[in-house]
Design a protein around this ligand. Structure first.
Ligand code: F6P
Length: 322
């Protein structure tokens, strides 16, 4: 009988609870012993691990965050920390680990795999920058939260002939900014992957004003060279020639705290089941993701140390539509 532990790591994402639920329930359905690890890799090192059954994951599918907790753990970044984590797992009789998380979390997972411990990863991050899955758990919900903010800003912006800057999450990847900007009809979108001259943004605003627009929305990813702070500084100097007054809103962690929508609940449930099926097949050291509508596994070595590229087709579309 297999003994499988599951943890969530890195930034939480709406839908993580649905994934935990699916892992536990699908594992129980196979007759396996299932365990939950608290506070990510920190809990793995300290042994903060307990058995979990079907009822322990009841009433959580609709909740954001993660009932297991998450942490960024310095000790796990060391070889000694990782070996300690494996010792803890073995002492408890656990033979497989499932890690729900994004890039950093799957890198840690891969390190355990390289040390000989059987692992499986589940793709989860609001950034959608993880290779091996076209879309990750949490993205859709976070995107809808950003979109709601854009729609609301538009309403107030029109009343005051203002331009609004909305900064959304994404340190290295502009996915949320690009997709919410297109869906929200933004006048300009700034992302880390595309170099932007603030003069060009100013010119777009000026033209929008000349064409009689009542509002202008600029969506910027936190990791763009000109983020909200840098742009506001630039625009304040040039307000007279823009025609709009500028206000900035930084959405921050509001994006991560939402209740998962239907898409994320279903994706998380499918990926959770996919992880259990991969373990049942004896397939380890892989990331379970969604590609071309199907649940797939990709070796972790092809996933870690990379950032998924932004779609050039969507970048072009944004340029045409804004
Ligand atoms: O990885 C998800 C993410 O929300 C990024 O978009 C953001 O840059 C980062 O986490 C913020 O991390 P923290 O919650 O540690 O401030």
């Amino acid at each position: 009988m297999k003994q499988v532990a599951v943890l969530t790591s890195g930034g939480d994402a709406p839908g993580m609870n649905a994934a935990i639920r699916a892992v536990i329930r699908c594992g129980v359905a196979k007759g396996w012993g299932m365990y939950g690890v608290r506070k990510g890799y920190a809990g793995l090192i300290s042994g903060n691990i307990s058995p979990m059954g079907t009822r322990d994951v009841g009433g959580i599918i609709h909740k954001g965050g993660t009932i297991l907790g998450s942490a960024r753990c310095q000790e796990f970044l060391t070889d000694a920390g990782r070996r300690k984590a494996i010792r803890t797992l073995r002492q408890m009789g656990i033979d497989t680990l499932v890690v729900i998380g994004g890039n950093g979390s799957q890198t840690g997972n891969y390190e355990l795999h390289q040390l000989g411990f059987p692992v499986v990863g589940i793709a989860s991050t609001i950034d959608n920058d993880l290779c091996g899955s076209e879309i990750t758990i949490g993205v859709d919900t976070a995107l809808n939260i950003a979109l709601e903010a854009i729609d609301r800003l538009k309403v107030t912006a029109s009343s005051h002939q203002r331009a609004f800057l909305l900064e959304v999450m994404g340190r290295k990847c502009g996915y949320i900014a690009l997709m919410s900007g297109i869906a929200g009809g933004a006048e300009y979108i700034l992302i880390p992957e595309v170099e932007t001259d603030p003069e060009e943004v100013a010119e777009t605003l000026r033209l929008a004003y000349e064409h009689g627009k009542a509002h202008a929305i600029i969506v910027v990813a936190e990791g763009a060279k000109y983020n909200a702070d840098a742009l506001i500084h630039f625009f304040e100097k040039h307000e007279d020639r823009l025609g709009f007054k500028i206000r900035a809103t930084i959405l921050g962690h509001v994006q991560r705290g939402g209740a998962p929508g239907a898409f994320d609940r279903l994706l998380a449930s499918r990926l959770g089941n996919g992880a259990i099926e991969a373990i049942d097949r004896g397939e380890f050291g892989v990331l379970v993701g969604l590609n071309k509508g199907k649940i797939t596994t990709t070796p972790l070595e092809e996933v870690v140390g990379k950032t998924k590229e932004i779609s050039q087709e969507m970048v072009k579309l944004a340029q045409i539509l804004d």
